[in-house]
Every structure is written in structure tokens, then in C-alpha cells.
Design a binder for this molecule. Structure first.
Ligand code: HSE
Length: 428
């Protein structure tokens, strides 16, 4: 039997979930893995929270130094979130020779180069399965199982909070704010839910997944981002009638012209497997040149699923003597040969408010045509006419992002024509 001592930094949803799994499964891990994994120490400002989990008072450390100097601690689990003090604590643990398991996507995305350098120098493990997709084993799939492939693309639903909100809006017609409050209550949202709803959380995760997939650092600053705060249930309903589901998608493509990385809400055909990924479930749809399509699916947020990923890393770390690090030169910058495509291509959904009179639609379509945008379909909603104004739903064939921007600006600046109130991308 090998004894493994754990320290957990932060006993919020993820840290608390990890503590519960470790204590409830202790005998099971002894039996199947020959590992006696004991939580030797925790760091938590809210002592009451620690005690309410059944943690003894003398297990609660006063500071990180106490954990770093504790010879019983082999692995430090960082479940605090945010950059500081998490970064200083992780570096202190690595420098003290402790391996680290983290669920912190923001920290890992921004500083993986620094953390990995320190882990290598100190011959420690650095594991981050829980940083992306909650309980889905996507990191290890990319690091190990899919290594035989050139990864061509990945499309993911990688934020549980926004997927929960969009599912509620789609299935129940719930308001955005009601659905967000529910997601907070269920422990899916970040401490500051702006990170979820504005797409930052998905951007951090996409940066990690794209870096591993494409073998070069993909800085989060290169990722196009748009959140879901302006989504109107009306558009979800129109989209549904057109055979689409609305999802916050994280898209990464590795093409001959460069790497394309973006996070934004998008309509996806209801026949696509990602369209039926609902609630707090996440999925990552990966296309490799040998394997073709692989979809990994599971709970993307919450105490137990994220705890599952953390404990998987703990067991992996405890059962290996040598550790693997990134499969690329993990410095702060991308490979110098890498180009990032900014003016990406997509099909689009537009909703316009227009006066119902002769010539309006033709002016709209001629403006689109001027910007090289070909219309795929047009629907006028006569049932909800208000003061001679109707909604016109228009979808386009694939065009460039900049073309749409210019055409919409021109339509909106023309007097008495029509107003484009919604622009959403449509993906295959
Ligand atoms: N707030 C995150 C989400 C938690 O909703 O996906 C899991 O990373």
C-alpha cells in the first residue's frame, strides 16, 4: 500500500466535491489501486466551511507555507480559481517538491509556461484535467490517446453555465436572468459569472485545448470572443423553426492558412450531435486526420464531475514516477510560423425589423449582395406585425465575418430601410 497525502487549497464547489470523493472512496482506492489517499491538510479562509465538511480543525492550515513544509503532503490540489493568490501558491508548492493538480483554467491558460517550467525543474507532476470540460477526460485524450493524429479541428460546448442557460431558454422559454440565477444556485457558475456569460471561461479552456491540439501555444488573446448576454429568446424560437439549436461554441481549426480560434453563440443544425448536448453537459467534438470524428461528452461543471477529474489526476500522479508535460514548446508565445486567421468564414442568421412596404427587402438584399453575401433563405413573420413593422429572418451562405459587419453597418445607417437587430453565426 502506498500512502499519498493531499492538501486541498479552496473548499468551494470543486474543492469540497474533491474532499467528499476522496473521503467516501478511500477504501475503494486502497483496494483497486493500492493507494491510501488521505487529505492531510486544507487551506480555506472560511473555517466553518471546512468544519461543515467534517474536516478536523487541526487539518486546516493557516497558510501555504505550512502546507509546503508538511512532509505528509505529496500532492497539492488547487481549487481556488483566479490568478492570485492561486499562482503564488502553486509555484510555492512546486518549489517545495509537491506535485500539483489544478482545476484552474484561467491560471493554466495564462501561465502554463511558467508553471510547467517550475514543475520540470522540481521534477513534479502538473495536472489539469479538471480545467476543461468538468468530468470529461479531454486533456488526457489529447495528451495521450489522440497523439497519432494531426488534429484538424475541435468544436466544443465547454461552459456548463451558458449551456444550462441556453437550454432553459430554449426548452422552457425561461428568461436569461432566471436561468442564470438557477445556474448559480446549482454551483455551475464562476464566482463572478461574467466569466461564464461573456465567454471568458470558454476562451481560457479553448486556449488550453487548442494549444494541446495544434502543438503550439494558442494565447487566449488571439481568440475571438462574444458572450450570450444579448441573446433574445425570440431568436432561439426562430432558430428552432429553422431547425437550429443555439449553443455557445468554442471552435478551433488548424488549416493550411493558419489557426482559427473563436468563442461565440452560434446556431447549429439540430441534427448535429452537439445540438443535443443540454443543461450543464459539455462536449468536445474533435476531428483528427486518422481517427476522423470523436465526441467526448459529460457533465461540464459541478462538484462531483469536476472532483472526478481531479481525483483521476491524483491517482495518475500517485501511480507514475515520471511525468509528461506539454506536447509542444510551452513558452509564452506561439510558434513563430503560426498565423491566426481573424477574418474567418461563416454562414449567418440576421433578424431585421423592417417596415412592411415595397422595396425594403430588395434594398436589404442588394446591400448584402454588394458585400458579396449570398442569401440562403428569407422568412417574414406576418403574425407578429406591430405598427406596420415586421420581423424578417434571413440566413446567408458562407461569407467573411468582415463582410457581414460592413453590410449590417450599411443597412442600419440607411434611413427608413430596416434595422438589423440580431446577427448570429450559423455553423455546420
Ligand atoms: N463555470 C464553469 C462552467 C465551471 O460553467 O463551465 C466549470 O469549469
Amino acid at each position: 500500500m502506498k500512502n499519498i497525502g493531499i492538501a486541498i487549497l479552496g473548499l468551494g464547489v470543486v474543492g469540497g466535491g474533491t474532499y467528499k470523493i476522496l473521503t467516501e472512496h478511500r477504501e475503494f482506492y486502497k483496494k483497486v489501486h493500492g493507494l491510501d489517499i488521505a487529505v492531510e491538510s486544507v487551506l480555506e479562509i472560511n473555517k466553518e466551511r471546512a468544519l461543515s465538511l467534517g474536516i478536523k480543525e487541526n487539518t486546516v492550515a493557516d497558510n501555504i507555507a505550512e502546507i509546503c513544509s508538511n512532509p505528509e503532503v505529496d500532492i497539492v490540489v488547487e481549487a481556488m480559481g483566479g490568478v492570485e493568490p492561486a499562482k503564488s501558491y502553486v509555484l510555492a508548492a512546486l518549489n517545495a517538491g509537491k506535485s500539483v493538480v489544478t482545476s484552474n483554467k484561467e491560471l493554466f491558460c495564462k501561465y502554463s509556461h511558467e508553471l510547467e517550467k517550475s514543475a520540470k525543474k522540481n521534477n513534479c507532476g502538473l495536472f489539469y484535467e479538471a480545467s476543461c470540460g468538468g468530468g470529461i477526460p479531454v486533456i488526457r485524450s489529447l495528451l495521450d490517446n489522440l497523439q497519432g493524429n494531426k488534429i484538424l479541428s475541435l468544436t466544443g460546448i465547454i461552459n456548463g453555465t451558458t449551456n444550462y442557460i441556453l437550454t432553459k431558454m430554449n426548452n422552457e422559454g425561461a428568461s436569461y436572468s432566471h436561468a442564470l440565477n438557477e445556474a448559480k444556485k446549482l454551483g455551475y457558475a464562476e464566482a463572478d459569472s461574467t466569466a461564464d456569460v461573456e465567454g471568458y471561461d470558454a476562451v481560457y479552456k479553448l486556449s488550453i485545448l487548442a494549444s494541446l491540439s495544434f502543438h503550439t501555444k494558442v494565447p487566449y488573446t488571439e481568440i475571438f470572443r462574444e458572450g450570450i448576454t444579448n441573446i433574445d429568446t425570440v431568436d432561439i424560437s426562430y432558430g428552432k423553426k429553422l431547425g437550429y439549436a443555439l449553443k455557445l461554441l468554442a471552435i478551433g481549426k488548424n488549416t493550411d492558412s493558419g489557426i482559427e480560434v473563436r468563442v461565440h453563440p452560434a446556431f447549429i443544425s439540430s441534427a448535429h450531435p452537439l445540438a443535443s448536448v443540454n443543461d450543464s453537459y459539455n462536449a468536445v467534438y474533435i476531428t483528427g486526420d486518422c481517427v476522423e470524428d470523436v465526441m467526448l461528452y459529460g457533465r461540464g461543471a459541478g462538484a462531483s464531475p469536476t472532483g472526478s477529474a481531479i481525483v483521476g489526476d491524483i491517482i495518475y500522479c500517485a501511480s507514475h514516477d515520471k511525468f509528461n508535460y506539454s506536447t509542444f514548446d510551452n513558452n509564452e508565445c506561439p510558434d513563430p510560423a503560426t498565423k491566426f486567421i481573424k477574418n474567418f468564414e461563416s454562414a449567418y442568421y440576421l433578424r431585421l425589423n423592417a417596415v412592411d412596404k415595397a422595396g425594403v427587402l430588395s434594398k436589404v438584399t442588394s446591400t448584402l449582395s454588394k458585400h458579396n453575401i449570398s442569401v440562403a433563405q428569407v422568412i417574414q413573420d406576418n403574425e407578429n406585425k406591430r405598427d406596420k413593422t415586421v420581423s424578417i429572418i434571413l440566413t446567408t451562405h458562407v461569407t467573411k465575418e468582415k463582410n457581414i459587419g460592413k453590410a449590417v453597418a450599411e443597412i442600419n445607417s440607411a434611413e427608413g430601410l430596416a434595422d438589423v437587430v440580431t446577427v448570429l453565426r450559423v455553423v455546420d
